[in-house]
Ligand binder design. Sequence first.
Ligand code: AMP
Ligand code: MN
Ligand code: MN
Ligand code: MN
Length: 286
Amino acid sequence: MTDETLLIDLHSHTTASDGQLTPSELVARALEKGVQMLAITDHDTLAGLDEAHQFNNAQPQPLRLINGTEISTRWNNFDIHIVALNIERSNIVLNEFLCQQRRLREARAMEIGLRLEKAGIAGAYEGAKALADGAALSRGHYARWLADNGYAVNAAAVFKKYLARGKTGYVPNNWSDMASAIEIIHQANGIAVLAHPSGYKLSAKWLKRLVREFKEAGGDAIEVVLGQQTVDDRNNLIALSKLNQLFASLGSDFHFPSGWIELGKNMFQPQGVDWVWQMEKWTETP
Ligand code: AMP
Ligand code: MN
Ligand code: MN
Ligand code: MN
């Protein structure tokens, strides 16, 4: 193959969900980092895409901006994320589904606030809400507020202490199942990608089962290259993609500038992998 390899990153967040850069700032940063194809995949919303396209189209050399979203689903009481790529933005069924997801987010966020209050932490809901500035609330907003207010040293520590499964502020989720989310993605002509499979802290056996059931539920691809992972992890995910005949995707899951996660960083494209953008049904939507 003599094809020039593009720098591709198919998982990122803006202020439309729990990211910290506006859609314009995100696209500007991606261009700065040499990213040539970027998917914006905010949690359960398409709200950042308009601004991102406007900004991108006004650039002398726009990148290929992929319309996406990251949908929260439930599988055996785990929160499993599915990245949707190339969805039709005006699709009514998809938009209504995402609207319902955001209502669930709001209800869960209020419940998290109540639980934290009972644990002696006042004002967390209001604080997270202010950080979200109109976006649907994510545990990411809570993590930031709790860290900023000295309840733990950083967001990761907040998760460990308060927000992870089984901790004080954890509220069992009520998301729809994987098959329903995948069906919605497909009827919006999108591609369904299992997000950060090694991020769920599953045992090898359960991870295998998750990937198999994602395929059985109609899933198309899984992320195999993540911004932060070991070579073993990457090889394991590539093997799982092949075993289940799933296409492969890659993404940094960028939320904000930091020393370790960056747009386009570590977005390797190992040989012998069937990439999601090589799929026949890969159609970039406007
Ligand atoms: P939610 O979708 O509301 O359940 O929140 C999940 C989001 O919280 C993720 O997309 C991340 O932005 C953030 N998050 C999850 N786990 C961690 C962690 N260990 N440390 C920091 N942020 C996290
Ligand atoms: Mn997030
Ligand atoms: Mn995720
Ligand atoms: Mn994400």
